[in-house]
Design a protein around this ligand. Sequence first.
Ligand code: GLA
Length: 387
Amino acid sequence: MSWSPLMRSELIRRFCSLHGREPAIIARAPGRIEFIGNHTDYNGGTVLGAAIDRGVWVGVAPRTDGRRRFASAAMTDVVETVADASRPLAGKDAWANYPLGMLVSLAAAGVAVPAGFDFLAVSDLPPGAGLSSSAALELASGLAFARLAGAEPPRVTLVRAARHAENTFVGVPCGILDQAVSGFGRRGHLVHIDCRGPDFSTVPLPAGTGFRIFNTHTRHALVDGLYAERHRECGEAARALGVALLADLDSAGLEARARGVPEVPLRRARHVVGEISRVAACVAALRAGRIEEVGRLLAVSHESSRTSFENSTPELDFIVEGLMRTPGVFGARLTGGGFGGAVMALVAEPFAPESAERVAAAYNERFGARPDVLAVGTADGASLENP
Ligand code: GLA
């Protein structure tokens, strides 16, 4: 599967009708699946993700008056700022904090950025599904801005600037997973991130496998607060266990220090340390072609989310359980931060649509709403797609 050519022409068409000329620079960046390694990134651990063939396209054209005009196909109003504006926006304009934050973070990293420009983003990622539309918007914006200013920063600089923007400008204490996968994705591969370096590499996906995403359209009302709470609990666990980062422990080391550690942080730590060992086991199983073992690890990861990290929901559990009983499914788990969003399944291709439909229909019966089922392929990381 590859990028829809419609997205690029859609971007150009809308850009012309909105800004009255063609974009000078076009960039695209993919969304991502978190394959395995849940909440390991900000704990210094390892994680596997895949860039997918859906994402965000950004077009920019220079302006000489220093004005910055941000538009998104998903929003009706254009957000306008001046070149030296560097404060986050609030309310309905807050979506523009992703490209604005990129400008601020790239400049802080010493990368040239343009003063004035017209900007438009279009996306074929379902929002709120946990497929990282925000990281895709950051990466595509960053690439386009740098090129418009004549700069070609190393990929790692872009990725770090995107995380920095998210942490400091948007205000989400995320790790580097989403931005790194959107930046370093490779078609037919998973991206392996050792978040401590950070170091990035790729692992081939076995031929004949594919992904299905089941988007539940559910989102815990407190999802951002719950993510931040897990982040805090992991820090608390590391302190109680006497290490700087949870990734400093393996499970034997963790159990050796567990006495006296309060129960909740201990469970969070067990999840994270377990996930890190499952990432290593998964890489070994992938390299050895043991796909059934990979599927088993995905299921164990979900179970650990459900019971230890408590970032699953009855909706996500229901879909995972249904999928694990479905022929052709190797494994399934929640993907991303949790507390709603989507389940990803690793399947044998071709995967019968009726099999996915059965799971969706059962969910509908139970919860009174249909999940969307998306077949997604892997894709390369962010790139310039100039006119
Ligand atoms: C979100 C964050 C990532 C990562 C995952 C959980 O996607 O943005 O940094 O922490 O949750 O693994």
